[in-house]
Design a protein around this ligand. Structure first.
Ligand code: DC
Length: 217
């Protein structure tokens, strides 16, 4: 039987950093589902497709081969990790992630990965939809200000020009869209363990999750 760990939570709660570290500790493949939605937004933008052009977008998604190597998303043979994490893509991605037809296609790809590999998967609907029967489910939160602060530092480290106030506003807007969309909105699964990371450092969160996994619940 395959092992699966689901990590959900809002943007900037530390999901990907934590999932990568826990994945290394337990030898699980890290699947960053947000990266997959970002890749759809990237391809749609490259082809000048607005979120209303659902058939055309689905046809593009059909031709997208996605897998992960060293935690990076490889799209049709190309490492697109840097291209999908720009502020431009962050600003448009939720418009594409809210398309039900796109979600159906990506959820299927994500489940297929979980049948083949032991996975740790992060996103918004992993514990509630994609891996409803995951062995472990965690829901990470942090205040919007702390999450904006983390994104600001991360973009600064990559020499991407940005303003803290703008990032905070984007995070608040994205939270609203992610929790209010009609299909698979962000919400904590009833059986997920909630961890507020506002005043925890990365190691503290990893240790907390690791202890639950070791205990087997
Ligand atoms: O985690 P992230 O910021 O890279 O996610 C990018 C977008 O994709 C964000 O608007 C939420 C959406 N998303 C989603 O709807 N479902 C997922 N499983 C993962 C991400």
């Amino acid at each position: 039987m395959k092992i699966s760990v689901a990590i959900d939570g809002p943007a900037g709660a530390g999901k990907s950093t934590i999932a990568k570290l826990v994945g290394k500790e337990y030898n699980l493949m890290y699947i960053n589902t947000g990266a997959m939605y970002r890749a759809v937004a990237l391809k749609a933008a490259e082809n000048n497709l607005s979120p209303e052009q659902i058939n055309e977008i689905c046809s593009i998604v059909n031709d997208m081969e996605m897998h992960f190597e060293n935690d990076d998303l490889i799209l049709n043979g190309e490492n697109v990790q840097d291209q999908i994490t720009t502020p431009e893509i962050s600003n448009i991605v939720s418009n594409y992630a809210s398309i039900p037809e796109v979600r159906t296609m990506l959820v299927k790809l994500q489940r297929d990965m979980s049948y083949k590999f032991n996975v740790i998967m992060d996103g918004r609907d992993i514990g509630t939809v994609v891996l409803e029967d995951a062995n472990f489910k965690f829901f990470l939160t942090a205040s919007p200000e702390e999450r904006a602060n983390r994104r600001f530092k991360e973009l600064n480290n990559r020499n991407i020009e940005c303003s803290y106030d703008q990032i905070l506003q984007d995070i608040i807007e994205r939270d609203y869209k992610d929790t209010h969309r009609a299909t698979d909105p962000l919400r904590k699964a009833d059986d997920a363990i909630e961890i507020d990371t506002t005043s925890l450092d990365i190691n503290g969160v990893v240790r907390t999750i690791s202890e639950y996994i070791k205990k087997g619940k």
